[in-house]
Design a protein around this ligand. Sequence first.
Ligand code: PFF
Length: 445
Amino acid sequence: MENIKRVTFTSKIGVVAAAAGSAVGLGNIWRFPSQTADGGGAIFIFVYIACILFFGIPVMMSEFIIGRSARANTAGAFHILAPGTQWKWIGRLGVLTGFIIMGFYMVVAGWTLIYFLQSITGNLHTVNDFSIHFTNILNDPLKQSVWMIVFSFLTSFFILSGVRKGIEKSAKIFMPILFLLLIILAIRSITLEGAIQGLNFLFKPNMEHVKQTVFLDAMGQAFFSLSIGMGCLITYGSYFNKSINLTKTAVQVSILDTLVAVLSGVIIFPAAFALTSSPDTIVGELVTGGPGLLFITIPELLNQMPASMAWSALFFCLLALAALTSTISLMEVVTVYLFEEYKISRRKSTIFVTLGVIILGIISSYSSVFFNILDMASAKYMLPIGGLFISIFVGWYLKQQLVTAQITNEGKLRFGVGFIKFYIFLLRFIAPIAILSIFVYGLTG
Ligand code: PFF
C-alpha cells in the first residue's frame, strides 16, 4: 500500500497546480458570482480582495508551514507540533468541515455532469428557457442524487488509486485550458450589447445594495475559495518538498484563484445584464437566482456562440474537472485522517468516507434547506473559525525559529527580517482581530 505521507509532489509547477487545483473550483465559478450578486457587486469584491490580502494569504502560508513541518494529516499535524494539548481539536474540526463541504459540493458537481452530458447529446442546445430547465433539475432530487453519487465515486477512484502524479499531471494540463476558455468566454460576454451595465455592477460600488453581512459573506467566500481554514492545505503542504518557496506558492495560488473568480464574474454579469429582457429587475433576479446563475446564464451565453455544442461540452467538462481537483483535495483530508489516525486501510477509509458523503449528498439533494445549512455553516462559520485558530497557532504557539526556518527553507531563501516580522504581526494581531470583528459585526447586525 502506498504510504501517502512519504510522497511529495514532483515539481514546483506541480505544487502550484495541485494547490490551485484545490482552490479553483465551483467556489470560484458557481459560488463567487452568486455571493457577489447577493453582496451588491463591487463592494463585495473589494471586501473580498481585502480578506484575501489580510488573512487569506497569511493563513494559507500558515497551513503550508504546519503541513510541511509535521508531514502528517490535519489532526495529526497539530498532535505532532503541539503534543499533549487540545490543538488537535482544530484539526478535527477541519476534518469535519471537509466532510460537511463535500455533503453539498458533490451535489453541485453532479449538476456539472448533468450539463456536460446534456451538451454532448445536444439536449442543452435545444433549451429555450434555462431558468425553467434548471428549476426542473432542482425539482428532480433523484436525478441529482444519481449524478452526485457518480461524482463521489469518481473522486474516490482517484483517492483510491493514490494517483498523486495523476492529480498533479491532470491539474497541470486542465487548469491552463480552463483559464484560456474563461478568457474567451469573458471576451464574448463583454462584447455583447448592453454588457456595460454588468461591468458597472461588478466594478462600480453602489452603496444601495450593501448589506451588513457583506463582510461576513466575503470572509466566508475567501476562506472557501482559497481552500483554507480546514487544513486542506496542511495535508497538501505535507507533500511539499524542502525546496518549495511557501510564500511564493501562497501568493501565486491566491492570485490564480482570485483571477478565476473575477473572470467568472466578468463572464456572468455582463451576460446576465445583456441577455435579460428587463435590465431594471436584473439585480433582484440575480440575487434570487443565486446558486443557479452559473447554470442559467452561461448556457444561455454559450448557446449564442457559433459551434455552441462544442463550446458548452468543453466548458462543462472543464468545470467538472475543476470541481474534481477540489473534491479530490477535500476527500483526501478526511481519508488520510482516518487512514493515519485510526490505522484503517486507505481502501476502507475511502469507502467509509464516500458512503458518508453520499448520505449527506442525498439529503442535500432532497432538501434545499439542508443544502443551504451545510453551505453556510461550513463557509461562514467553520472555515473562518478554523482560520482564526490556525493563525493563532502559528503566530503565538509555534516557535518563531520553526516558522522562520519554514519560510526561508532553512535559511536558503533570502527574505528581509522585516518581512517575517510583518508576517508574524499579521498572524498575531491583524488576522485574528479582523476575523473576530467580522464575526461580531456580522452576527450582531
Ligand atoms: N476551494 C474550492 C472551490 O473554490 O471550489 C472548494 C474547497 C476545496 C474548499 C477544498 C475547501 C477545501 F478544503
